[in-house]
Design a protein around this ligand. Structure first.
Ligand SMILES: O=C(O)CCC(=O)C(=O)O
Length: 278
């Protein structure tokens, strides 16, 4: 799927936009299903990420006026979204970027409603799900056109090479980079505008942000995360089980125990119930 030049550009810049991974029919189904999921399941009038970063990104009158919709795990509600996790053309791109054994990590919709869709402050995704290596790629699948005015993704090219950075964290906020050091007004970034169907791949170490959606249209995008399969969350001991869907290649066992009839789950023993014989 990807050329050597595209892979090289991702390695250098930390991001890559790719078109034509999904067919028009697939996109229509995904878009329609997502609308139905939001309609039926989303139940919050959210301003988006909370935190003191809002003082640095929004005028006083707008800080509480933004809106956002977040739906994690859309595959819980739609089979089409389940198929995305294993989508061959998508996972082949991921393979070219992180290696041949690939484990899925998570899927989440970020939708910015028209006119006041929330901005996101400069951050890396690493502090949200720290793993013990660099080969973690987030894939932003655009369900709508995302011109710059819609608050498209903006990336600081090459920033992934610096590795994990210290973020402001705490119960009062989602992790963000200190605005005195990292802010769009002094940290040059490039807008990665996109068409519906485009996927923007970006390293979880790439510094990125996005502005308000000030257009009269929705900007819906879904972030799907994958990593090289031997990588593990930094807070999970090497001997503890940590597994998830494999979407390409094979899972190396590393220091995990071998599986037995008494299957070991995430830190807890689960006892298989005998199959019913009648
Ligand atoms: O989609 C956006 O506007 C920003 C998304 C983002 O910051 C993220 O997925 O970490």
């Amino acid at each position: 799927m990807l050329t050597a030049e595209q892979v090289e550009a991702y390695r250098e810049e930390g991001y890559l936009r790719v078109s034509d991974i999904f067919t028009d029919e697939e996109l229509r189904e995904l878009s329609d299903d997502m609308d139905q999921i939001v309609e039926e399941w989303w139940g919050e009038d959210s301003i988006g990420w909370k935190g003191p970063w809002r003082d640095h990104y929004l005028p006083a009158g707008e800080q509480e006026q933004t809106r956002a919709v977040f739906v994690g795990n859309p595959h819980f509600y739609s089979a089409a979204w389940g198929r995305v996790i294993f989508h061959r053309r998508l996972t082949e791109c991921v393979r070219a970027l992180v290696g041949s054994n690939v484990q899925w990590h998570g899927t989440i919709l970020h939708a910015k409603p028209p006119e006041r869709g929330t901005p996101f402050p400069m951050h890396q995704d690493y502090p949200f799900y720290p793993h013990d290596g660099p080969d973690f790629v987030d894939c932003l699948l655009h369900l709508d056109d995302a011109p710059e005015a819609s608050g498209c993704l903006q990336v600081v090219p090459g920033s992934h090479k610096a590795g994990p950075l210290e973020h402001i964290t705490g119960a009062h906020t989602r992790p963000y980079l200190p605005p005195e050091e990292y802010h769009p007004s002094r940290t040059p970034s490039v807008p990665v505008s996109a068409k519906a169907g485009d996927v923007v791949f970006f390293s979880y170490l790439a510094i990125h942000w996005s502005d308000m959606n000030r257009t009269d249209k929705w900007r819906r995008s879904v972030r799907i995360g994958y990593h090289e399969a031997s990588m593990r969350p930094t807070f999970v001991k090497p001997t503890d089980p940590y597994n998830n869907f494999m979407v390409a290649g094979l899972k190396p066992r590393g220091e995990q125990e071998q599986i037995t009839y008494r299957v070991t789950g995430l830190g807890q023993e689960q006892h298989l119930k005998p199959a019913r014989t009648t």
